[in-house]
Design a protein around this ligand. Structure first.
Ligand code: 7TS
Length: 405
């Protein structure tokens, strides 16, 4: 695999300065930076073969369509889906979950049915289900989280019942970094007859995902957290489910034929892709997946674990340090508070040193309530982060904490 300096050299933004200091980018859970190859692929589409897809007989349209459908195949392979028609292009994880909550849930759920989520979900994996429950009379149940920031598996088994129609949980927590034991959760949910959706927004850049081995029914992710473009995401669904679901949006592309008397819908995946898609974003996602294939998963994980271990040990030496969540299996994220200093004050001063972190509730307010805190300071790591970045964060904190104490 490429060395970390080689990987860094592929990301033009990493050479810039912020507030006169070299950028230390530790906000990868919010969005990752883009390698030059992704940027070039997108600009190449606009410069050389920009046209609408699936519609024209002309050369540019054919080229754009081939590139877009080529990306679908890349995503299929990336997730190890059985067929490319199980891959639906969306604008991101949020859009993917809303398709499920509107199309699948509203047609399927009845009063008394239950949807099971967890207390560590991002708002995107909470609010759409609340809306679906309101519309159908179904009930939202929540797996509690332990002090370590892990799912309470005993409580999960108690909550799971014949009423549970869907389990929807994050693969990895964006706020704590907890890697959930999704294989175990999926098996238990399946044996009790529930379908399973996995929110993979924080997982796909950090570990290989095999939807066939997992045997989940649905899996969502966003391209922009996978070194790809914003406004682009994926909903994977088993073909047998997608075929039965009604589309959420009506319009061009999603129909077979339209008359005022009767409209028939297109095949999957097109049934769920009304209107002109985000062609540049789709092709850019394909380039991001190519980038991921240029790496070695074993080394990606080993590098990340080294960075996390160093960060936990260096930050752990600081007086007043309180890590929020200490999961046995962690990926990408460390969340913490120092004494009673407000995290956004820390974040603002770190920014003056060129260090980008995220502060606040991380769109996981119920989880913050669980820990009785308003928010955290979160450092989140990507493939290009180095030991030096960790040391700069620790040094930066040592400099700014006394200013706020
Ligand atoms: N699910 C999880 C687990 C996430 O981390 C996020 C975004 C989403 C869903 C929504 O993804 P989107 O691409 O549709 O917005 N998480 C974050 C974050 O942690 N900081 O900014 C966005």
């Amino acid at each position: 695999m490429k060395s970390i300096p080689e990987i860094r050299s592929l990301f033009p933004i990493l050479t810039r300065e912020v507030n006169g200091k070299p950028l230390v980018y530790l906000d990868n859970a919010a969005s990752t930076q883009k390698p030059q190859a992704v940027i070039d692929t997108i600009s190449d589409y606009y410069a050389r073969y920009n046209a609408n897809v699936h519609r024209g007989v002309h050369a540019l349209s054919v080229e754009a369509t081939e590139a877009m459908e080529g990306s679908r195949k890349k995503v299929q392979r990336f997730l190890n889906a059985i067929e490319d028609r199980e891959i639906i292009f969306t604008s991101g994880t949020t859009h993917s979950i809303n398709i499920l909550a509107q199309s699948w849930a509203k047609d399927t759920l009845k009063t008394g049915d239950e949807i099971l989520i967890s207390a560590l979900e991002h708002h995107s994996n909470i609010v759409p289900w609340q809306m679906a429950c309101e519309a159908t009379g179904a009930v939202l149940k929540v797996i509690p989280v332990t002090d370590a920031g892990e799912l309470d598996l005993e409580a999960f088994e108690t909550l799971l019942s014949a009423h549970t129609k869907l389990l929807s949980v994050a693969h990895v927590s964006n706020a704590l970094g907890t890697v959930n034991p999704i294989q175990k959760l999926i098996q238990k949910a399946r044996s009790s007859g529930a379908l399973v959706h996995i929110d993979g927004a924080q997982a796909v850049a950090h570990m290989p995902v095999d939807v066939q081995a997992l045997d989940c029914d649905f899996y969502s992710f966003s391209a922009h957290k996978l070194y790809g473009p914003t406004g682009m995401g994926i909903l994977y669904g088993k073909a047998s489910h997608l075929e039965k679901m009604n589309p959420l949006f009506g319009g061009g592309e999603m129909i077979k034929s339209v008359s005022f008397e009767k409209t028939t819908y297109n095949e999957i995946p097109f049934k769920f892709e009304a209107g002109t898609p985000n062609i540049a974003g789709i092709i850019g996602l394909g380039a991001a997946i190519d980038f991921m294939y240029s790496l070695d998963w074993k080394e990606v994980k080993a590098h990340e674990q080294r960075i996390l271990a160093l960060a936990l040990s260096e930050l752990g030496k600081m007086e007043g340090m309180r890590f929020i969540g200490m999961p046995a299996e962690r990926s990408g994220v460390i969340s913490f508070l120092i004494d009673d200093i407000h995290p956004s004050d820390l974040g603002t001063l770190l920014d003056k040193l060129g260090i980008a972190v995220r502060t606040g509730h991380h769109c996981a307010e119920p989880l913050m309530n669980r820990f009785q805190i308003p928010g955290t300071l979160r450092a989140s790591f990507g493939i290009y982060n180095t030991e030096e970045d960790v040391m700069l964060l620790a040094a930066g904190l040592k400099r700014v904490v006394p200013m706020l104490s």
